[in-house]
Write a protein of this length. Structure first.
Length: 444
């Protein structure tokens, strides 16, 4: 519950910091409505649509309404998938407005002690430090390998957790050891004639929990003719901070990454996680008001490219790829599609795999409900969205759901588990299936 003083401060900062031009650009045409998962799943509730949220923001700026709990609830219910942006005829920068509004509210609201503690641990004590993420992931690996996981499951202790977290525990990948996570390359030569020199953004969770996917990504780049530099000074991309009202923390991480990559003399900076890539490519917006960093951020953002984009550019899809018997569908990463404008390239690569059948999923471009930590903090709405997504996936009779983002990957695995399809359907990152199909062809 916000106090009167807090609401007054929030309202004043809305007036000072929110772009009134962007707010006024919304014509209330409603083109965004059919693209918004929360609008649809809430039973077409206007306050859970992009148009409705923009109207709420504008009303706070104009002093028509106070920034109360209903305003905060409306903004927090948003997935931040930004599917509304490509269809907006006025080009409203909805994602930027949402992040600004969340930051204003969060920075001027007094959270309860438990919430403050959790936020402090996550945003200040964990994600800025890669070694701590390695340690935490290593503990998860010990839990999986030591037999403790089997004991916990058999004891019934998991029943004490919400169903969503219990199911999530089942679909977590088998993580590497701390030793493996610490023994990472800093340079890899091309396996063919060198065509490009690239830097690889390894990320935090991608280089720990999803380390095998990072390994697949780097092998693909080598096979495509890239020599790879992996700077040790890089940090978390800052997306979790930026989407959760911790903008200052996101800026500090952005500066660390820019500094780590800017002197490398590379053609591209490659990412393999749609959510990370979308935040990295908007460092120029994040730091636009910082005279020391704005130009450096523009240069950084200009080099960002998703793994699927560079592989198509390097004509990897013309290599011999095969995976007999697979029926494949693709679930778009919202941020890869809507922010990085990358949707055709993953499909080109997947369709190039011989002896498979590709079936386009209905509404493949709509959010799966993962959205960072949305599936934890808004589990009910997330589950509704996932159930709709799984209906579309089942209609394709697919055996393999391909994704391009770790959150999407876990969410689709969660959906497979919930639908009782384990063993019949799998979810896999695009880098892993491409390497699998390349190695399968070579082994035959």
């Amino acid at each position: 519950m916000t106090t009167l003083k807090e609401r007054e401060t929030i309202q004043q900062q809305f007036k000072e910091r929110m772009s009134e031009d962007d707010l006024l650009n919304c014509m209330r045409c409603g083109f965004c409505l059919p693209t918004c998962p929360t609008y649809i799943e809430s039973g077409f509730k206007e306050s859970h649509s992009p148009r409705g949220r923009l109207a709420v923001m504008k009303a706070v700026v104009d002093g028509v309404i106070e920034p109360d709990e209903d305003v905060e609830r409306s903004l927090n219910m948003c997935l931040g998938c930004r599917a509304c942006e490509p269809v907006c005829p006025s080009g409203v920068n909805y994602g930027h407005l949402l992040e600004e509004a969340r930051d204003i509210i969060n920075q001027n609201k007094k959270h309860s002690l438990p919430v403050r503690t959790v936020r402090n641990v996550v945003f200040n004590g964990l994600f800025p430090y890669h070694n701590r993420i390695q340690t935490l992931t290593g503990l998860l690996g010990f839990y999986q390998r030591s037999g403790l996981q089997k004991i916990v499951r058999k004891s019934g202790m998991m029943k004490l957790l919400p169903d969503s977290l219990t199911t999530m525990e089942k679909v977590l990948p088998n993580v590497p050891t701390i030793k493996e996570m610490k023994n990472r390359p800093t340079y890899l030569p091309a396996k063919t004639k060198v065509k490009k020199r690239v830097a690889f953004f390894s990320g935090c969770l991608m280089d720990t929990m999803f380390m095998t996917t990072n390994d697949s990504t780097m092998k693909l780049l080598q096979l495509a003719g890239c020599e790879i530099v992996i700077p040790t000074g890089q940090a978390c991309c800052g997306a979790l901070h930026g989407h959760s009202g911790e903008k200052d923390g996101a800026k500090e991480l952005a500066k660390r990454n820019i500094q780590a990559f800017e002197e490398l003399s590379v053609d591209y900076i490659i990412t393999n996680a749609g959510g990370c890539g979308a935040f990295l490519i908007e460092y120029d917006h994040l730091l636009k008001d910082d005279c020391e960093w704005s130009e450096r951020a523009k240069q950084f953002s200009a080099k960002l490219k998703d793994i699927s984009s560079i592989l198509v550019e390097m004509e990897f899809h013309k290599k011999e790829l095969s995976l007999p018997g697979q029926v494949i569908t693709y679930q778009d990463s919202c941020h890869l599609r809507n922010v990085m404008k990358t949707s055709g390239e993953p499909r080109i690569l997947i369709k190039a795999i011989k002896n498979t059948e590709y079936r386009e999923m209905k509404n493949a471009d709509s959010c799966c409900g993962s959205a960072g930590i949305y599936n934890i903090v808004e589990s009910e709405m997330s589950t509704q969205i996932l159930d709709s997504k799984m209906k579309s996936a089942k209609d394709t009779a697919t055996t393999t759901i391909v994704t391009a983002n770790p959150g999407c990957l876990l969410q689709m695995k969660l959906g497979i588990e919930r639908e009782g399809l384990s063993g019949l359907v799998r979810a896999v990152h695009i880098a892993d299936i491409l390497l699998e199909s390349f190695e399968k062809e070579k082994s035959e």
